[in-house]
Design a protein around this ligand. Structure first.
Ligand code: DC
Length: 229
């Protein structure tokens, strides 16, 4: 029996994984796993419960009990924690940093592993994260590592924040990105790194159309799937 297809897209924050994976999932009519959202919700739940991010035992208890669901609405996928829509609360810089901290605990990653694998259904899954191709779905038929320099990612982030009317400081944004990269790359379990058999796509000098086209070309060649450009 053939297995559902997994397209694993890993890489650092700000490389463009979100846009790429949304477009691929829509074009293929596959489910989408935004694994970063799970760690973001966990960080949010820990803070909301008044617990400390550095207390691994408390964080792992929260991870085991995490009442999380994703809901498709007209304006995209919303994330619910115990029925409360926390989509906007988990998208802040602070929530990203808190997610990176709770995600560094091996016990927490273990507690969330099966929950992520349960997203896999016919006909297939597009999985967005840091360890989709290395740990969660090591047998994924397609593994893409979408990278971009920290400087380019910081510039993109500044533009996004400015578009939301926020005042930004490029140096500060760059420093936060570098700190988060360091933590994600150097943790003992499931560090951010390309799988040995990953296609490495550096988006530093590419726009989203070019990234999408390069990813589609690779997926079509690798799997024979038909995807509209
Ligand atoms: O992709 P994101 O920015 O939403 O992820 C937030 C943090 O969650 C990221 O800095 C590290 C962690 N993360 C992880 O450790 N493993 C994943 N598969 C996805 C995210």
């Amino acid at each position: 029996m053939s297995e559902p297809i997994v397209i694993a897209v890993d890489g650092p924050g700000g490389a463009g994984k979100g846009e790429l994976t949304h477009r691929l999932a829509e074009a293929l009519d596959f489910d989408l796993l935004d694994s970063g959202a799970i760690y973001r919700v966990l960080g949010y739940a820990v803070r909301k419960a008044g617990l400390a991010l550095f207390d691994e035992d408390s964080v792992v208890q929260e991870a085991k009990l995490l009442n999380l669901s994703f809901e498709c609405m007209d304006d995209g996928v919303h994330v619910l924690l115990g029925g409360e829509d926390v989509s906007s609360q988990i998208r802040t810089e602070e929530a990203g940093n808190n997610a990176s901290k709770v995600a560094a605990y091996p016990s927490v990653r273990q507690a969330l592993l099966q929950r992520q694998r349960e997203f896999l259904r016919e006909p297939g899954l597009v999985a967005d994260g840091r360890d989709m191709g290395t740990v969660v779905f090591p047998r994924a038929q397609v593994k893409i590592f979408l990278d971009a320099s920290a400087e380019v990612r910081a510039k993109r982030r500044c533009l996004q924040l400015e578009a939301k009317g926020k005042t930004v400081n490029y140096e500060e944004v760059l420093k936060e990105i570098q700190e988060r990269d360091d933590r994600d790359r150097n943790r003992p379990v499931a560090p951010l790194k390309p799988a040995d058999d990953a296609f490495i796509l550096d988006s530093s000098d590419m726009n989203i159309e070019e990234v999408y086209k390069a990813a589609v070309d690779y997926i079509v060649k690798k799997t024979g799937l038909k995807i509209d450009l």
